[in-house]
Design a protein around this ligand. Structure first.
Ligand code: FAD
Length: 324
Protein backbone atom coordinates (compact mmCIF):
# COMPACT_ATOMS: atom_id res chain seq x y z
CA UNK A 1 0.00 0.00 0.00
CA UNK A 2 2.97 2.32 0.51
CA UNK A 3 4.21 1.98 -3.07
CA UNK A 4 4.20 5.27 -4.97
CA UNK A 5 2.94 3.56 -8.15
CA UNK A 6 -0.10 1.89 -6.51
CA UNK A 7 -3.55 3.35 -5.83
CA UNK A 8 -6.24 1.15 -4.30
CA UNK A 9 -9.84 2.37 -4.57
CA UNK A 10 -12.29 0.37 -2.47
CA UNK A 11 -16.08 0.35 -2.65
CA UNK A 12 -15.88 0.85 -6.40
CA UNK A 13 -18.01 -1.03 -8.94
CA UNK A 14 -16.52 -1.37 -12.44
CA UNK A 15 -19.26 -0.61 -14.98
CA UNK A 16 -17.48 -0.82 -18.34
CA UNK A 17 -14.23 -0.81 -20.26
CA UNK A 18 -13.11 2.37 -22.04
CA UNK A 19 -11.65 1.84 -25.52
CA UNK A 20 -9.42 3.81 -27.83
CA UNK A 21 -10.11 1.96 -31.09
CA UNK A 22 -9.03 -1.65 -30.49
CA UNK A 23 -7.03 -0.76 -27.40
CA UNK A 24 -8.42 -0.92 -23.87
CA UNK A 25 -7.69 2.52 -22.46
CA UNK A 26 -9.31 2.37 -19.03
CA UNK A 27 -12.23 1.35 -16.86
CA UNK A 28 -15.39 3.19 -15.88
CA UNK A 29 -16.51 2.68 -12.33
CA UNK A 30 -19.13 3.88 -9.86
CA UNK A 31 -17.86 4.97 -6.46
CA UNK A 32 -19.77 6.91 -3.79
CA UNK A 33 -22.61 7.41 -6.32
CA UNK A 34 -20.26 9.08 -8.79
CA UNK A 35 -19.15 7.78 -12.16
CA UNK A 36 -15.38 7.87 -12.52
CA UNK A 37 -12.81 6.68 -15.06
CA UNK A 38 -9.42 5.15 -14.44
CA UNK A 39 -7.21 5.32 -17.50
CA UNK A 40 -4.56 2.78 -18.38
CA UNK A 41 -1.37 3.56 -20.22
CA UNK A 42 -0.49 -0.10 -20.80
CA UNK A 43 -3.15 -2.64 -19.84
CA UNK A 44 -6.54 -3.22 -18.25
CA UNK A 45 -6.75 -6.45 -16.24
CA UNK A 46 -10.21 -7.86 -15.60
CA UNK A 47 -10.40 -10.04 -12.49
CA UNK A 48 -14.07 -10.02 -11.57
CA UNK A 49 -14.27 -13.82 -11.32
CA UNK A 50 -16.20 -16.35 -13.41
CA UNK A 51 -19.50 -14.47 -13.11
CA UNK A 52 -18.47 -10.82 -13.31
CA UNK A 53 -15.60 -10.79 -15.82
CA UNK A 54 -17.89 -12.04 -18.62
CA UNK A 55 -20.56 -9.60 -17.40
CA UNK A 56 -18.16 -6.66 -17.78
CA UNK A 57 -17.12 -7.83 -21.26
CA UNK A 58 -20.79 -8.10 -22.28
CA UNK A 59 -21.58 -4.67 -20.87
CA UNK A 60 -18.66 -3.36 -22.94
CA UNK A 61 -20.05 -4.84 -26.17
CA UNK A 62 -17.84 -7.95 -26.30
CA UNK A 63 -19.67 -11.26 -26.48
CA UNK A 64 -22.28 -13.26 -28.39
CA UNK A 65 -24.14 -10.92 -30.77
CA UNK A 66 -27.59 -12.29 -29.84
CA UNK A 67 -27.03 -11.76 -26.11
CA UNK A 68 -25.85 -8.17 -26.71
CA UNK A 69 -28.78 -7.46 -29.05
CA UNK A 70 -31.27 -8.72 -26.45
CA UNK A 71 -30.12 -5.93 -24.14
CA UNK A 72 -29.67 -3.20 -26.72
CA UNK A 73 -25.87 -3.15 -26.40
CA UNK A 74 -23.93 -2.26 -29.56
CA UNK A 75 -21.52 -4.99 -30.67
CA UNK A 76 -17.94 -3.78 -30.33
CA UNK A 77 -16.53 -7.23 -31.07
CA UNK A 78 -18.39 -10.49 -31.47
CA UNK A 79 -16.84 -13.16 -29.26
CA UNK A 80 -19.38 -15.99 -29.01
CA UNK A 81 -17.57 -17.71 -26.12
CA UNK A 82 -18.02 -14.92 -23.57
CA UNK A 83 -20.11 -16.30 -20.69
CA UNK A 84 -20.34 -19.78 -22.22
CA UNK A 85 -18.60 -22.93 -20.93
CA UNK A 86 -19.56 -22.30 -17.27
CA UNK A 87 -18.43 -25.28 -15.21
CA UNK A 88 -18.83 -25.83 -11.50
CA UNK A 89 -18.54 -28.69 -9.02
CA UNK A 90 -22.13 -29.78 -8.56
CA UNK A 91 -22.51 -30.75 -4.92
CA UNK A 92 -24.86 -32.48 -2.53
CA UNK A 93 -24.78 -32.09 1.25
CA UNK A 94 -26.03 -34.51 3.92
CA UNK A 95 -26.36 -33.58 7.58
CA UNK A 96 -26.84 -35.36 10.89
CA UNK A 97 -27.95 -33.82 14.16
CA UNK A 98 -25.85 -34.73 17.19
CA UNK A 99 -26.30 -34.71 20.96
CA UNK A 100 -22.60 -33.95 21.24
CA UNK A 101 -22.10 -30.21 21.70
CA UNK A 102 -18.41 -30.30 20.77
CA UNK A 103 -19.33 -29.15 17.28
CA UNK A 104 -20.41 -25.80 15.90
CA UNK A 105 -24.08 -25.15 16.67
CA UNK A 106 -26.72 -23.11 18.42
CA UNK A 107 -27.66 -24.19 21.96
CA UNK A 108 -27.58 -22.93 25.55
CA UNK A 109 -24.92 -25.49 26.42
CA UNK A 110 -22.96 -24.64 23.27
CA UNK A 111 -23.21 -20.93 24.11
CA UNK A 112 -21.82 -21.52 27.60
CA UNK A 113 -19.03 -23.70 26.15
CA UNK A 114 -18.23 -20.96 23.66
CA UNK A 115 -16.79 -18.81 26.45
CA UNK A 116 -14.42 -21.66 27.28
CA UNK A 117 -13.56 -22.08 23.59
CA UNK A 118 -12.83 -18.35 23.18
CA UNK A 119 -10.62 -18.36 26.26
CA UNK A 120 -8.74 -21.38 24.93
CA UNK A 121 -8.29 -19.67 21.58
CA UNK A 122 -6.95 -16.52 23.26
CA UNK A 123 -4.62 -18.65 25.39
CA UNK A 124 -3.08 -20.91 22.75
CA UNK A 125 -4.77 -20.15 19.42
CA UNK A 126 -6.37 -23.62 19.28
CA UNK A 127 -9.73 -25.30 19.87
CA UNK A 128 -13.20 -24.90 18.40
CA UNK A 129 -12.91 -21.20 17.59
CA UNK A 130 -9.77 -21.87 15.57
CA UNK A 131 -11.63 -24.43 13.45
CA UNK A 132 -12.14 -23.61 9.76
CA UNK A 133 -15.52 -25.40 9.98
CA UNK A 134 -14.78 -27.60 7.00
CA UNK A 135 -12.22 -29.69 8.83
CA UNK A 136 -11.79 -32.66 6.54
CA UNK A 137 -11.75 -33.53 2.88
CA UNK A 138 -11.32 -36.70 0.85
CA UNK A 139 -10.84 -37.55 -2.79
CA UNK A 140 -12.62 -40.75 -3.85
CA UNK A 141 -12.80 -42.92 -6.94
CA UNK A 142 -16.35 -43.95 -7.76
CA UNK A 143 -14.79 -47.04 -9.33
CA UNK A 144 -11.48 -48.56 -8.24
CA UNK A 145 -10.43 -49.02 -11.86
CA UNK A 146 -10.29 -45.24 -12.40
CA UNK A 147 -6.87 -43.65 -12.73
CA UNK A 148 -7.77 -40.67 -10.56
CA UNK A 149 -10.50 -39.59 -8.13
CA UNK A 150 -13.75 -38.27 -9.58
CA UNK A 151 -15.48 -37.31 -6.31
CA UNK A 152 -14.54 -35.02 -3.43
CA UNK A 153 -15.92 -34.85 0.12
CA UNK A 154 -15.86 -31.78 2.39
CA UNK A 155 -16.63 -32.64 6.03
CA UNK A 156 -18.03 -29.84 8.22
CA UNK A 157 -18.48 -29.84 12.00
CA UNK A 158 -21.85 -28.07 11.82
CA UNK A 159 -25.28 -28.40 10.24
CA UNK A 160 -25.25 -26.99 6.71
CA UNK A 161 -28.61 -26.08 5.22
CA UNK A 162 -28.85 -23.86 2.13
CA UNK A 163 -25.20 -22.78 2.48
CA UNK A 164 -25.79 -21.97 6.19
CA UNK A 165 -28.40 -19.37 5.26
CA UNK A 166 -30.91 -21.49 7.20
CA UNK A 167 -29.84 -21.94 10.81
CA UNK A 168 -30.99 -24.81 13.03
CA UNK A 169 -31.06 -25.05 16.79
CA UNK A 170 -28.69 -27.72 18.06
CA UNK A 171 -25.47 -29.31 16.93
CA UNK A 172 -24.49 -31.71 14.21
CA UNK A 173 -22.20 -32.40 11.30
CA UNK A 174 -22.47 -32.32 7.54
CA UNK A 175 -20.66 -33.71 4.58
CA UNK A 176 -20.61 -32.49 0.98
CA UNK A 177 -19.89 -34.67 -2.02
CA UNK A 178 -19.17 -33.13 -5.41
CA UNK A 179 -18.53 -34.42 -8.93
CA UNK A 180 -15.00 -33.36 -9.83
CA UNK A 181 -15.13 -33.26 -13.65
CA UNK A 182 -18.73 -32.45 -14.53
CA UNK A 183 -19.95 -32.72 -18.11
CA UNK A 184 -22.69 -30.08 -17.77
CA UNK A 185 -21.94 -26.67 -19.27
CA UNK A 186 -23.86 -23.61 -18.11
CA UNK A 187 -23.68 -19.95 -19.06
CA UNK A 188 -23.47 -16.43 -17.75
CA UNK A 189 -25.34 -13.64 -19.50
CA UNK A 190 -27.04 -10.38 -18.62
CA UNK A 191 -30.36 -9.79 -16.93
CA UNK A 192 -30.27 -6.27 -18.30
CA UNK A 193 -27.84 -3.58 -19.44
CA UNK A 194 -27.64 -2.02 -15.97
CA UNK A 195 -24.04 -2.62 -14.84
CA UNK A 196 -25.11 -2.65 -11.19
CA UNK A 197 -27.59 -5.51 -11.76
CA UNK A 198 -26.40 -9.04 -11.05
CA UNK A 199 -25.55 -11.15 -14.09
CA UNK A 200 -27.83 -13.95 -15.30
CA UNK A 201 -26.31 -17.25 -14.15
CA UNK A 202 -27.56 -20.59 -15.44
CA UNK A 203 -25.25 -23.35 -14.20
CA UNK A 204 -27.38 -26.16 -15.73
CA UNK A 205 -26.39 -28.48 -12.92
CA UNK A 206 -27.26 -32.13 -13.61
CA UNK A 207 -28.29 -31.35 -17.19
CA UNK A 208 -25.96 -34.20 -18.13
CA UNK A 209 -27.07 -37.61 -16.86
CA UNK A 210 -23.45 -38.69 -16.30
CA UNK A 211 -23.09 -36.03 -13.58
CA UNK A 212 -26.33 -37.16 -11.92
CA UNK A 213 -25.24 -40.81 -11.97
CA UNK A 214 -21.83 -39.97 -10.52
CA UNK A 215 -23.32 -37.83 -7.77
CA UNK A 216 -25.67 -40.67 -6.83
CA UNK A 217 -22.69 -43.01 -6.47
CA UNK A 218 -20.93 -40.36 -4.41
CA UNK A 219 -23.89 -39.83 -2.10
CA UNK A 220 -24.06 -43.57 -1.40
CA UNK A 221 -20.31 -43.75 -0.70
CA UNK A 222 -20.50 -40.70 1.55
CA UNK A 223 -23.44 -42.08 3.48
CA UNK A 224 -21.61 -45.40 4.00
CA UNK A 225 -18.67 -43.50 5.50
CA UNK A 226 -20.88 -41.33 7.72
CA UNK A 227 -22.82 -44.36 8.95
CA UNK A 228 -19.59 -46.07 10.07
CA UNK A 229 -19.44 -47.28 13.70
CA UNK A 230 -16.67 -44.77 14.52
CA UNK A 231 -19.15 -41.92 14.09
CA UNK A 232 -21.94 -43.60 16.09
CA UNK A 233 -21.29 -41.52 19.27
CA UNK A 234 -21.79 -38.34 17.22
CA UNK A 235 -24.82 -39.35 15.13
CA UNK A 236 -28.35 -38.67 16.27
CA UNK A 237 -30.73 -38.12 13.38
CA UNK A 238 -30.09 -37.91 9.67
CA UNK A 239 -31.67 -34.69 8.40
CA UNK A 240 -33.09 -34.15 4.85
CA UNK A 241 -32.45 -37.70 3.51
CA UNK A 242 -33.49 -40.01 6.37
CA UNK A 243 -36.42 -41.40 4.35
CA UNK A 244 -34.34 -42.09 1.24
CA UNK A 245 -33.19 -45.70 0.82
CA UNK A 246 -33.60 -46.57 -2.85
CA UNK A 247 -31.59 -45.02 -5.68
CA UNK A 248 -34.78 -43.36 -6.93
CA UNK A 249 -35.40 -41.77 -3.52
CA UNK A 250 -31.85 -40.47 -3.33
CA UNK A 251 -31.98 -39.18 -6.89
CA UNK A 252 -35.11 -37.20 -6.07
CA UNK A 253 -33.25 -35.54 -3.20
CA UNK A 254 -30.22 -34.90 -5.41
CA UNK A 255 -32.36 -33.29 -8.12
CA UNK A 256 -34.16 -31.15 -5.53
CA UNK A 257 -31.17 -29.99 -3.48
CA UNK A 258 -27.87 -30.35 -5.33
CA UNK A 259 -26.10 -27.11 -6.18
CA UNK A 260 -22.62 -25.63 -5.83
CA UNK A 261 -19.48 -26.02 -3.75
CA UNK A 262 -18.42 -22.61 -5.13
CA UNK A 263 -15.95 -23.45 -7.91
CA UNK A 264 -17.29 -21.70 -11.05
CA UNK A 265 -14.77 -21.40 -13.91
CA UNK A 266 -14.54 -21.33 -17.69
CA UNK A 267 -16.65 -18.34 -18.82
CA UNK A 268 -13.74 -16.47 -20.48
CA UNK A 269 -12.03 -19.60 -21.67
CA UNK A 270 -8.40 -19.54 -22.79
CA UNK A 271 -7.69 -20.99 -26.23
CA UNK A 272 -7.14 -20.30 -29.90
CA UNK A 273 -10.43 -21.54 -31.39
CA UNK A 274 -13.58 -19.56 -32.24
CA UNK A 275 -15.16 -20.04 -28.81
CA UNK A 276 -12.04 -18.98 -26.90
CA UNK A 277 -12.20 -15.57 -25.18
CA UNK A 278 -8.54 -15.08 -24.26
CA UNK A 279 -5.35 -16.30 -25.90
CA UNK A 280 -2.65 -18.33 -24.07
CA UNK A 281 -1.30 -15.02 -22.69
CA UNK A 282 -4.78 -14.24 -21.33
CA UNK A 283 -5.25 -11.34 -23.78
CA UNK A 284 -8.84 -10.89 -24.97
CA UNK A 285 -9.03 -11.90 -28.63
CA UNK A 286 -9.44 -8.91 -30.93
CA UNK A 287 -8.04 -6.28 -28.55
CA UNK A 288 -4.80 -4.80 -27.30
CA UNK A 289 -4.11 -4.02 -23.68
CA UNK A 290 -6.94 -6.13 -22.26
CA UNK A 291 -6.44 -9.30 -20.24
CA UNK A 292 -8.64 -11.46 -18.06
CA UNK A 293 -6.87 -12.94 -15.04
CA UNK A 294 -9.12 -15.05 -12.83
CA UNK A 295 -10.86 -18.44 -12.63
CA UNK A 296 -12.93 -17.65 -15.74
CA UNK A 297 -9.97 -18.39 -18.04
CA UNK A 298 -9.72 -22.09 -17.07
CA UNK A 299 -10.75 -24.12 -20.13
CA UNK A 300 -11.83 -27.06 -17.97
CA UNK A 301 -12.58 -27.31 -14.29
CA UNK A 302 -9.78 -28.87 -12.29
CA UNK A 303 -10.40 -31.91 -10.07
CA UNK A 304 -10.09 -30.05 -6.77
CA UNK A 305 -10.53 -26.68 -5.07
CA UNK A 306 -10.03 -23.68 -7.32
CA UNK A 307 -8.45 -21.01 -5.12
CA UNK A 308 -4.78 -22.03 -5.33
CA UNK A 309 -4.95 -22.65 -9.11
CA UNK A 310 -6.46 -19.16 -9.54
CA UNK A 311 -3.58 -17.64 -7.57
CA UNK A 312 -1.21 -19.62 -9.79
CA UNK A 313 -2.92 -18.17 -12.90
CA UNK A 314 -2.45 -14.67 -11.46
CA UNK A 315 1.23 -15.25 -10.68
CA UNK A 316 1.83 -16.60 -14.17
CA UNK A 317 -0.04 -13.61 -15.65
CA UNK A 318 2.13 -11.22 -13.62
CA UNK A 319 5.23 -12.88 -15.08
CA UNK A 320 3.80 -12.57 -18.60
CA UNK A 321 2.98 -8.88 -18.09
CA UNK A 322 6.43 -8.12 -16.74
CA UNK A 323 8.12 -9.81 -19.67
CA UNK A 324 5.82 -8.26 -22.30
C1 FAD B 1 -18.18 -19.46 -0.04
C2 FAD B 1 -16.96 -19.88 -0.83
C3 FAD B 1 -16.07 -20.77 -0.28
C4 FAD B 1 -14.95 -21.20 -1.00
N1 FAD B 1 -14.07 -22.06 -0.42
C5 FAD B 1 -12.95 -22.42 -1.09
C6 FAD B 1 -11.99 -23.27 -0.48
O1 FAD B 1 -12.13 -23.67 0.67
N2 FAD B 1 -10.90 -23.62 -1.21
C7 FAD B 1 -10.71 -23.19 -2.49
O2 FAD B 1 -9.70 -23.55 -3.11
N3 FAD B 1 -11.61 -22.39 -3.09
C8 FAD B 1 -12.73 -21.98 -2.42
N4 FAD B 1 -13.64 -21.17 -3.02
C9 FAD B 1 -13.41 -20.79 -4.42
C10 FAD B 1 -12.42 -19.64 -4.53
O3 FAD B 1 -12.79 -18.61 -3.63
C11 FAD B 1 -12.46 -19.13 -5.98
O4 FAD B 1 -12.09 -20.16 -6.88
C12 FAD B 1 -11.51 -17.96 -6.19
O5 FAD B 1 -11.75 -16.92 -5.26
C13 FAD B 1 -11.67 -17.44 -7.60
O6 FAD B 1 -10.89 -16.28 -7.74
P1 FAD B 1 -11.25 -15.19 -8.80
O7 FAD B 1 -10.16 -14.19 -8.73
O8 FAD B 1 -11.56 -15.84 -10.10
O9 FAD B 1 -12.63 -14.54 -8.33
P2 FAD B 1 -13.04 -13.84 -6.95
O10 FAD B 1 -12.19 -14.31 -5.82
O11 FAD B 1 -14.52 -14.02 -6.85
O12 FAD B 1 -12.68 -12.31 -7.17
C14 FAD B 1 -13.45 -11.47 -7.97
C15 FAD B 1 -13.50 -10.11 -7.30
O13 FAD B 1 -14.03 -9.15 -8.20
C16 FAD B 1 -14.94 -8.33 -7.51
N5 FAD B 1 -15.85 -7.81 -8.53
C17 FAD B 1 -16.71 -8.50 -9.32
N6 FAD B 1 -17.35 -7.67 -10.15
C18 FAD B 1 -16.89 -6.43 -9.90
C19 FAD B 1 -17.17 -5.15 -10.45
N7 FAD B 1 -18.06 -4.98 -11.44
N8 FAD B 1 -16.50 -4.09 -9.93
C20 FAD B 1 -15.60 -4.22 -8.94
N9 FAD B 1 -15.28 -5.42 -8.39
C21 FAD B 1 -15.93 -6.51 -8.88
C22 FAD B 1 -15.59 -9.26 -6.51
O14 FAD B 1 -16.17 -8.51 -5.47
C23 FAD B 1 -14.40 -10.09 -6.07
O15 FAD B 1 -13.71 -9.46 -5.02
C24 FAD B 1 -14.75 -20.72 -2.31
C25 FAD B 1 -15.66 -19.81 -2.87
C26 FAD B 1 -16.74 -19.38 -2.13
C27 FAD B 1 -17.71 -18.38 -2.75
Amino acid sequence: MGRPNLTVITGAHATGIVFDGRRAAGVRYRCKRRDETASARREVILCGGAFNSPQLLLLSGIGPADELARHGIAVRHELPGVGRNLQDHVDFVMAWTSKNTDMLGLSLRGGADMIRHILQWRRDGAGMVASPGAEGAAFLKSDPSLGRPDLQLHFVIGIIDDHARKLHLGHGFSCHVCALRPHARGEVGLNDANPLAPPRIDPRYLSDERDAGLLLKGVKMMRRILEAPALAPYRHREMYTADARSDDDLMQHIRARADTIYHPVGTCRMGVDDMAVVDPHLRVHGFEGLRVVDASVMPTLIGGNTNAPTIMIAEKAADMMRSA
